[in-house]
Design a protein around this ligand. Structure first.
Ligand code: AHG
Ligand code: MN
Ligand code: MN
Length: 334
């Protein structure tokens, strides 16, 4: 370890980049970090405290809510609702926007989150995570509204995720590069472990659910076949790595290089609290994120839980996919 830096020290250093900073953003992130530490603690002993398995609830997406989904959702709402720095929240697990509790101070930030991503992996001990997106309020009312949530990803003030795996790692960006911190449970501190993450321009990994091949568009099908060939452009076939947990697949590809694809036509992943925050992270790390035809960060949201096709990872790999997709769409139109 070249230096001992906690995430709090790092956030304070970033705050100094903004002379007019009030410290609200720093306090907001600090509250979110506390929530993540609590979730990490429960995830790491889930099997012992009877919070594995399913609840009796189904969420707005028609997905069975796992006990840990509910625990993570509840923990973040409790930690953030009274932080005094938010005007509104939105979550994968809440059909509508989450207002700030009566009697709590309102702030100028918006927090949108996937409290627990990769829920299907909870009971089998594969890595899962929490994804977050932070925007600034754009309306004048005291309370935030849906309009404050439906902002393009390019306007995010910050974005990142926590991955609960062999260790718990926080990765975040405020637009000044991407930095990773590993939780030292004995200290209860996230310590700098991945400073200025940059993702390789091209990888050797592709991540996609091949079980959906019958639903793929022609461009996606041709692109995946191309990756499997011993093609001259790459000189080797790519390897398939797919955990079924977006945060885990994304984090591996961010560090090693590669491309993650959950293609259309509609996609499964949600724009506001999955695609857009990870798109900000990957672009800040030198990568790219698209729908196949549009930059994820340019997509204008129209609803809270809208889904987008997500192609994300190494810059040259994403560009190559986009070309396959556009060419196939063009030839289908001829
Ligand atoms: P969540 O657990 O928050 O609902 O997200 C699950 C997502 C994402 O983590 C993963 O990439 C994708 O679902 C896997 O979908 P398939 O099982 O259809 O491949
Ligand atoms: Mn998710
Ligand atoms: Mn989730």
């Amino acid at each position: 370890m070249s230096k001992i830096r906690t995430v709090q020290q790092h956030i304070l250093d970033e705050e100094r980049l903004y002379p007019g900073a009030t410290g609200d953003f720093t306090a907001l992130l600090t509250s979110l970090i506390v929530a993540a530490k609590i979730i990490s603690r429960e995830v790491n002993k889930a099997g012992l405290v009877k919070i594995l398995g399913e609840t009796d609830n189904v969420n707005v997406h028609g997905e069975i809510v796992m006990k840990l989904d509910e625990f993570a959702q509840h923990t973040i709402c409790l930690a953030m609702g009274h932080s005094g720095h938010l005007c509104v929240m939105a979550s994968e697990e809440s059909e509508n926007i989450i207002p700030i509790p009566d009697g709590s101070k309102r702030g100028n930030y918006v927090l949108m989150f996937d409290p627990l991503d990769g829920s299907s992996n909870i009971d089998v001990n594969a890595s899962i995570g929490t994804i977050f997106s932070i925007h600034r309020k754009i309306t004048n009312a005291r309370d935030g509204s849906l309009e404050d949530c439906l902002q393009k990803g390019s306007r995010q003030a910050a974005a990142g995720y926590f991955i609960y795996g062999s260790s718990t790692v926080m990765v975040y960006t405020t637009g000044h590069g991407v930095h990773g911190f590993t939780l030292d449970p004995s200290l209860g501190e996230f310590l700098l472990s991945h400073e200025n993450i940059t993702t390789p321009a091209r990888g050797k990994i592709y991540s996609i659910n091949e079980g959906n091949v019958s639903q793929w568009d022609p461009g996606t099908r041709r692109y995946i076949d191309y990756l499997k060939e011993n093609c001259k452009d790459h000189g080797h076939p790519y390897s398939l790595r797919y955990i079924g947990s977006l945060v885990a697949d994304f984090h591996r590809n961010l560090l090693k290089g590669g491309i993650f694809l959950y293609p259309g036509p509609k996609g499964k992943l949600r724009l506001l609290y999955e695609a857009a925050p990870l798109a900000m992270v990957v672009e800040q790390a030198g990568g790219a994120a698209s729908t196949g035809t549009e930059r994820i960060l340019d997509v204008q949201p129209t609803s809270l839980h809208q889904k987008v096709p997500l192609i994300i990872g190494s810059r040259d790999d994403v560009a190559e996919y986009n070309q396959f997709y556009v060419d196939a769409t063009a030839s289908a139109a001829d």
